[in-house]
Design a protein around this ligand. Structure first.
Ligand SMILES: [Zn+2]
Length: 454
C-alpha cells in the first residue's frame, strides 16, 4: 500500500502550509497554517478543506508561526479532537500566538462592522480567541530527537531547524518509507538561534524555499542597523520597526543591546517593545535555555534594553511622545497588530523611518512599503509614506539558497524525490533548478491541491 502526500497549502506561496500524508486509510496532517497576504490567498482560509477535519488521525506542527499553526483553532471548530504534536517550545508559543490571532480576527471583524467597510453583513472572524484557547488542549509536547508515534504503526522524530524558538524538521516513518519535512530552516550563522541539525536520510524530502532564489549578504545585522538608527536619532525622528513577535523581535533587541554596549548607537536612545506577545516570547527564551544560543547575560540584555509596553493605553500614549525613539511592534509584515497605528501616525513625516526586518510576503503592507509605495491603505484610509524606508537584508530567520542546498547536501544517501515547497513560484523554481544542477537529484514543485507519491 502506497504512502502519498497531498499539498493543501504552502505551494506557490510561503503561507498556508498544510501537507496531508495518507497511508492505508490513515491521515496525518503536517502543519496547519493560515493563508496570508493576497486577498485571493486569504479567501482560501474560508474554503472547506478537501479532507473532512474529523477524518484526520493526527496533526504535527513544525513550528508556531501562524502560516504553519494558525489554522489549528479552525480545525478544532470543525470538530477535530485528535492530538497535535509539537516541540515543547512550539506548544508554549502556540499558547501565545493562537489566542492572539483569534483576538485580532475578532477585532478586525468588529472594526469592519463598526465602520461599514464590508460587503458581508455582518463580517465574521475566521475564529475567535475562545476557539483558539480550546484548541490548545490538543497540543502534545514531544521532545526533539525522541521518536513518538502519532498514529499506531507510524513514527515521527523532530530535529532542530533553527529559525525560531522550538522550530523543527520532522521525519515521518510509515510502511517502510521515510519522509522528511524541513519545516522553515534557520541560518547556520544566526545570532540567537541554534544552527539547523543535519538532516536524517530519507526517501522523500519536502524542502522550504522562502529564499530559494536569494543569498543573504555577509555583513551582520548590526552593520546595517547602526547607521540607520544613528541617522534617525540625529534628526530626532521615530523609527517604527514592524517585527515578527516571535523570533526577529528578540534578534533585534539582542543586536540593539550589543550596539549600545559597544557605543555604536547612542546609549540614551529610547527603545520600546510594543507587543505583549513579543514580551512573553522573550520570557520563553528563559524557559527553554537549550533552544537558542543566548546565555544568561544576553538574556538579561534582552529584557533591559527596551521598555516593555503591555496595555493598549500605554501603546496609544507612545504616539504623544517626541523622537528620537525606536518602536518595535508586531506584526512583522504589517498585516495587523499595534504596528498599524504607529505606521499611520509616523509614516507621513519625512524625519521618521520604517525599518523592515524580514521576508515581506507579496500582498502585505510590508511588501507595499518595501517596493516604495507612496500610499498605504490602513483601516479604510490612505496614509502617505514620507518616512525613510530601510529594509534590513541580513535579519532573515530563513536559510538562503546556498544554505538550503548545503543542508540537503549533508544527507548521506540521495532521496528518491524532493518536493520544493513554501516559496513564491520564482523562488521555488530557482531552488528546484539548483537541486537538480548542484546535487543531481530529482526535484519537483508540486501544485496546490495535487497528490504525489513518496
Ligand atoms: Zn516560520
Amino acid at each position: 500500500m502506497s504512502v502519498n502526500i497531498t499539498f493543501l497549502g504552502g505551494t506557490g506561496t510561503v503561507t498556508g502550509s498544510k501537507y496531508l500524508v495518507q497511508h492505508d486509510g490513515k491521515k496525518l496532517l503536517v502543519d496547519c497554517g493560515l493563508f496570508q497576504g493576497y486577498k485571493q490567498l486569504r479567501l482560501r482560509n474560508w474554503n472547506p478543506m478537501p479532507v473532512t477535519p474529523t477524518d484526520i488521525d493526527a496533526v504535527i506542527l513544525t513550528h508556531a508561526h501562524l502560516d504553519h499553526s494558525g489554522y489549528v483553532p479552525l480545525l478544532y471548530r470543525q470538530g477535530y479532537r485528535g492530538q497535535i504534536h509539537a516541540t515543547p517550545a512550539t506548544c508554549d508559543l502556540c499558547a501565545i500566538l493562537l489566542p492572539d490571532s483569534g483576538h485580532i480576527q475578532e477585532e478586525d471583524a468588529a472594526f469592519l462592522n463598526r465602520h461599514g467597510y464590508t460587503k458581508h453583513d455582518p463580517a465574521m472572524p475566521l475564529y475567535g480567541k475562545h476557539d483558539a484557547l480550546l484548541s490548545l488542549q490538543l497540543l502534545k509536547p514531544e521532545r526533539e530527537t525522541k521518536t513518538f508515534s502519532p498514529i499506531p504503526g507510524w513514527k515521527a522524530t523532530f530535529t532542530t531547524a533553527g529559525h525560531i524558538l522550538g522550530a523543527a524538521s520532522v521525519l515521518i516513518e510509515v510502511a517502510g518509507r521515510r519522509i522528511l519535512f524541513s519545516g522553515d530552516l534557520g541560518r547556520p550563522d544566526d545570532m540567537i538561534m541554534n544552527p539547523p541539525a543535519p538532516p536524517p536520510d530519507a526517501d522523500t524530502v519536502l524542502i522550504e524555499s522562502t529564499y530559494g532564489n536569494r543569498e543573504h549578504p555577509h555583513e551582520n545585522i548590526m552593520a546595517e542597523l547602526a547607521p540607520a538608527l544613528k541617522r534617525v536619532a540625529a534628526r530626532g525622528g521615530v523609527a517604527v520597526v514592524p517585527v515578527f513577535a516571535v523570533g526577529r523581535a528578540q534578534a533585534l533587541l539582542h543586536a540593539i543591546a550589543l550596539m549600545k554596549e559597544r557605543g555604536e548607537i547612542p546609549h540614551g536612545l529610547p527603545i520600546f517593545l510594543d507587543s505583549p506577545m513579543a514580551v512573553h516570547t522573550t520570557d520563553l527564551f528563559q524557559r527553554h535555555p537549550d533552544a537558542h544560543r543566548l546565555d544568561t547575560d544576553a538574556l538579561k540584555g534582552l529584557k533591559h534594553v527596551a521598555t516593555m509596553i503591555e496595555s493598549t493605553e500605554e501603546s496609544k500614549a507612545l504616539s504623544k511622545r517626541h523622537g528620537p525613539m525606536v518602536i518595535l511592534a508586531a506584526s512583522g509584515m504589517a498585516t495587523g497588530g499595534r504596528v498599524l497605528h504607529h505606521l499611520a501616525h509616523y509614516l507621513p513625516d519625512h524625519r521618521n523611518m520604517v525599518i523592515l526586518t524580514g521576508y515581506q510576503a507579496p500582498g502585505t503592507r510590508g511588501a507595499t512599503i518595501a517596493s516604495g509605495g507612496a500610499l498605504l491603505r490602513m483601516h479604510g484610509q490612505d496614509v502617505a509614506v514620507h518616512a525613510e524606508v530601510v529594509q534590513l537584508q541580513s535579519s532573515s530567520a530563513h536559510a538562503d539558497a546556498t544554505q538550503l542546498i548545503g543542508w540537503l547536501g549533508q544527507m548521506k544517501n540521495k532521496p528518491d524525490q524532493v518536493y520544493v515547497v513554501h516559496g513564491e513560484p520564482e523562488a521555488s523554481d530557482a531552488l528546484r533548478q539548483r537541486i537538480e544542477r548542484d546535487l543531481n537529484w530529482r526535484a519537483i514543485v508540486p501544485e496546490h491541491g495535487s497528490t504525489w507519491p513518496t
